[in-house]
Design a protein around this ligand. Structure first.
Ligand SMILES: O=C(O)CCC(=O)C(=O)O
Ligand SMILES: [Fe+2]
Length: 280
């Protein structure tokens, strides 16, 4: 009992220490973030106020986009078109593309890194990229449940839709930061429910009790839609779908992140690598 309390105190002290170091680093680094173009400022501002910014590959105009899309469509054609598993919960098909230069070069484009560094406020780490196909499901589980990611204090995911995403393809959906920020009463109510779920996530009905559906923001869009989102601070999920959805997920945190052990999944063998996909 006493040793349990002792451990809790130790862990609290260590949390406070790491929070203090984080805040000090933020202040030290404040004047050192890279200069960004005026047109990119709105992405950083939206991440701070809304938690999300939706744009397109065309608007972003990154030079290696063509190479990225060509490689992505090549590998996509080798992925399952249907998930024939007998399970009632059809898991997404996820491939780790991080070792392939066509993917990682896009993810490491200086302009992208600068935008993300301005938002995170510290030197950033690009952890990797997943190519992901999500299948129809009838019930919410996994990332179909509302949740917050936990790799770091701020996490940026850049999601690129590779197919048109309408309501029935299950778009990414989120709740604007202002409705769940620490200053809002909803914050602790949501937090309590997430805690009760053991941080696995909560379903639509549970969220609706706190934040009416009319405030939820769904992000449908044609292939090439790009979503910048802080998945740590923003309550989010993928919506239930009746048709497949394909997308790329690029992942960034501060370097080093708060929980590096959770970031290895973006480059290690947690998910298969594309060698197993037959090239078209
Ligand atoms: O499937 C989605 O749209 C959301 C996935 C998700 O929760 C994430 O990448 O953090
Ligand atoms: Fe997530």
């Amino acid at each position: 009992m006493i040793s349990n309390i002792g451990n809790q105190i130790k862990s609290k002290v260590s949390d406070l220490k790491s929070e203090f170091i984080y805040r000090t680093e933020l202040i030290k680094y404040a004047g050192k973030v890279p200069v960004i173009e005026e047109r990119d400022r709105k992405i950083v501002d939206a991440l701070k106020t809304e938690g999300v910014y939706v744009t397109s590959l065309e608007e972003l105009d990154i030079s290696s986009t063509f190479t990225l899309l060509k490689a992505a469509s090549n590998y996509l054609s080798g992925m399952l078109s249907v998930n024939r598993s007998d399970r009632t919960e059809k898991l997404p098909q996820i491939y780790t593309m991080t070792d392939l230069p066509e993917f990682s070069q896009w993810g490491k484009e200086k302009r992208l890194l600068s935008i993300i560094e301005n938002y995170i406020g510290l030197p950033v780490a690009f952890h990797g990229v997943h190519l992901r196909k999500d299948f129809p499901n009838e019930n919410q589980f996994g990332t179909l449940l509302w949740h917050k990611d936990s790799e770091d204090r701020r996490i940026v995911k850049v999601i690129v839709y590779l197919s048109d995403v309408e309501e029935h393809h299950g778009p990414f959906e989120y709740i604007p930061l202002s409705l769940t920020s620490a200053r809002n009463l909803n914050y602790s109510r949501i937090y309590y429910k997430l805690w009760q779920s053991n941080y696995v996530g909560i379903n639509d009905e549970q969220v609706q009790e706190i934040i009416p559906k009319k405030y939820w923001k769904s992000c449908p869009g044609p292939a090439g839609t790009v979503i910048f989102v802080d998945t740590r601070c923003t309550l989010h999920h993928g919506t239930l779908r009746t048709q497949d959805r394909s997308a790329l997920f690029f992942v960034y945190t501060a370097n080093p992140p708060q929980r590096p052990e959770l970031c290895t999944q973006y480059w290690d063998d947690t998910f298969p690598k594309p060698e197993v996909l037959c090239k078209a």
